[in-house]
Design a protein around this ligand. Structure first.
Ligand code: C2E
Ligand code: CA
Ligand code: CA
Length: 581
């Protein structure tokens, strides 16, 4: 190695005398030649005066290439002006500087080097030259960057993952606090993704997720963070909101964009999305709560029939908290015997004769007390428990029918309410058959109440199931008539025996002439189609008088009897029957 004369390094200590013997020089040269680190000697303007062989190995440049020119790290540091200045300053004050930098290889490729630059001063204390020792740490840097990437980004979609999302959210919230601005958070769950995954396979599912990610990313601003939390769940952070309504605009854009068909390697697929929106600091003051709110609002969007967005509100939170408590309580309610049936008589208006009873479910929760069916039935439907609990209700009603008969009462038809979910079970008809067989009850002793909405959703299967039940001799009634589409075609297509006029029409019968007209019309239509018509929720003698006038067949309501527990109803029935006899 030429021109090598390391006299002493600059520093704070006293100057050392030059003691380099010829032997020492020889050893130094040998060491330099065999070192794995590159050594570059430069003049005071950082122009190369000598390099060792490792320099060529690392940078690709030969001695001839670089002699009199600046080494690669010089340009790399200059590009980042601040770092170059910092190096000069360190060299001036401490005589040495250390750092890491991405430099350019002769081929143009980037390589990472760890650098130690030292100033060499002469006897006078003036800097005479600089020497740089550098090692190639590209592999190490790449590993580090890969590890960083893997820890922060989702491998499939390249979007920030949950970890980076939470980090960015935390940073953004701190920033909003400083600037007093708001932040929007969108929680996005794809609808129908599972279907794509199950029918086309995971490879296509992955393609869809990638494409969906790209579309979401394209909808957002450059300052927004679109992240994938996992599965088919995404979030978008919208920092520095000028107007909270921008969140719903972005949500709508996302919905529109995801609604377009997906081309998955020639396979066409469709999904939609349910989106929850929450605003900081209006809805919550920390990241965890904010995320929970957004998820809650997303759940609401799912419940609202998917393919829509919902904003978080405090009322919504209370509702969902309540639902969660109910859901937990219901999980063991059946096995713990917390359900009972109450019974309400149906009465023939002309004769005053009791024609049957409706079984209405009650749940006595050890924690919450009596919970109204409108609160717990939808949760049973959601969890699917309604299938099992519904079977219990049919069985219990059948056993009650037998018990009454055994107590000397005439055979009383007991009506049980059904949920759409039960009717959708392919085994439903055979389950009813089994219950009738096991309890020894004749089909004529059982009635099933269904609603129009149940028929609207799954027509094909419902037609078949209801037809089979009717064939068996089970009576069917159409509940809450007038609140849905009230389509006459349902009455014609389905083997319905009885129409039950919804109690909302009965409630205002004495005061609202429109309701009188509606009830008149329902009774007329029902009779012309040979169906029996019953009015529910009859509370006053006045209502009853009007119903009688328009020839409504039967009535049910507080006027005659509230729904009662089985034992009380037994006493009630005995008394009434005695009166009639
Ligand atoms: P629904 O089938 O329309 O039942 C009639 C509702 O009206 C019952 O409410 C009953 O207690 C109430 N009611 C009866 N007479 C009167 C009256 O004169 N005035 C007023 N204001 N209300 C009266 P309930 O027991 O709270 O049940 C509510 C709903 O829960 C039922 O509406 C039904 O849809 C559902 N449900 C009840 N039991 C079951 C069940 O075993 N299975 C299923 N799937 N749903 C059930
Ligand atoms: Ca009913
Ligand atoms: Ca009803």
């Amino acid at each position: 190695m030429a021109n090598l004369a390391l006299k002493r390094s600059a520093g704070t200590g006293p100057p050392r005398p030059a003691t380099c013997s010829a032997e020492m020089l020889q050893v130094s040269a040998k060491v330099l030649d065999t070192m794995r680190e590159a050594v570059v000697i430069m003049d005071t303007k950082f122009r190369v005066t000598a390099v060792n062989p490792a320099f060529t190995d690392i940078t690709g440049y030969t001695v001839v290439d670089v002699m009199g020119k600046r080494p690669p790290f010089h340009a790399a540091l200059k590009k980042k002006g601040g770092r170059y200045a910092a190096m000069l300053k360190a060299l001036k004050t401490h005589g040495t500087w250390q750092g890491e930098v991405w430099s350019k290889h002769k081929t143009g490729d980037d390589y990472a080097e760890s650098l130690t630059v030292s100033a060499i001063t002469g006897d006078s204390g003036e800097v005479e030259r600089y020497v740089a020792v550098t090692g190639d740490i590209t592999r190490h840097k790449e590993d580090e960057e890969r590890i960083h990437y893997q820890a922060n980004y989702d491998a499939l979609t390249g979007l920030p993952n949950r970890f980076l999302f939470l980090d960015r959210l935390g940073q953004a919230l701190a920033n909003e606090d400083r600037t007093g601005t708001k932040l929007g958070l969108l929680f996005i769950n794809l609808d129908g993704f599972k279907l794509v995954n199950d029918t086309l396979g995971h490879a296509f599912g992955d393609l869809l997720l990638k494409e969906a990610s790209a579309r979401l990313d394209a909808c957002a601003r450059a300052t927004d963070t679109v992240a994938r939390l996992g599965g088919d769940e995404f979030t978008i952070i919208m920092p520095s909101l000028k107007d909270a309504r921008h969140t719903s605009r972005l949500a709508q854009r996302a919905l529109d964009s995801l609604a377009r068909p997906f081309d998955l390697d020639g396979q066409e697929a469709y999904v939609s999305a349910s989106i929850g929106i929450t605003i900081y600091p209006d809805d919550a003051t920390d990241a965890g709560d904010l995320l929970k709110n957004a998820a809650t609002a997303m759940d609401r969007a799912k419940n609202e029939g998917r393919a829509n967005y919902q904003s978080f509100t405090r009322a919504l939170n209370e509702e969902f908290r309540q639902r969660l408590v109910i859901r937990n309580g219901l999980s063991k309610a059946l096995e713990r015997g917390e359900f009972t049936l109450h019974y309400q008589p149906k009465v023939e208006i002309l004769s005053g004769r009791i024609t049957g009873l409706e079984a209405l479910m009650r749940w006595d929760s050890p924690d919450m007390g009596r919970v109204p069916p409108v609160q717990f039935i939808p949760v049973l439907e959601e969890t699917g428990q309604v299938v099992e609990v519904g079977e219990w209700a049919i069985r219990t009603a059948c056993l009650q029918h037998k018990a009454w008969y055994a107590a000397g009462l005439p055979p009383l038809c007991v009506a049980v309410n059904l949920s759409a979910r039960q009717l959708r079970e392919s085994s439903f008809v055979s389950v009813v058959e089994k219950v009738l067989r096991e309890t020894g009850v004749d089909a004529a002793g059982l009635e099933l109440e269904i609603t129009e909405s149940m028929l609207m959703s799954d027509t094909e299967e419902s037609v078949r199931a209801l037809g089979a039940l009717h064939e068996m001799g089970i009576r069917l009634s159409m509940d809450d008539f007038g609140t849905g589409y009230s389509s006459l075609s349902y009455l014609k297509r389905f083997p319905i025996d009885t129409i039950k006029i919804d109690r909302s029409f009965v409630a205002d019968l004495a005061t609202d002439p429109d309701d009188v007209e509606i009830i008149k019309a329902i009774i007329t239509i029902g009779h012309s189609l040979n169906r029996k018509v019953i009015a529910e929720g009859v509370e006053t003698a006045e209502q009853l008088a009007i119903l009688r006038e328009y020839r409504c067949d039967e009535m049910q309501g507080y006027l005659f009897s509230r729904p009662l527990p089985a034992e009380e109803m037994t006493e009630f029935l005995k008394e009434k029957m005695l009166q009639c006899a």
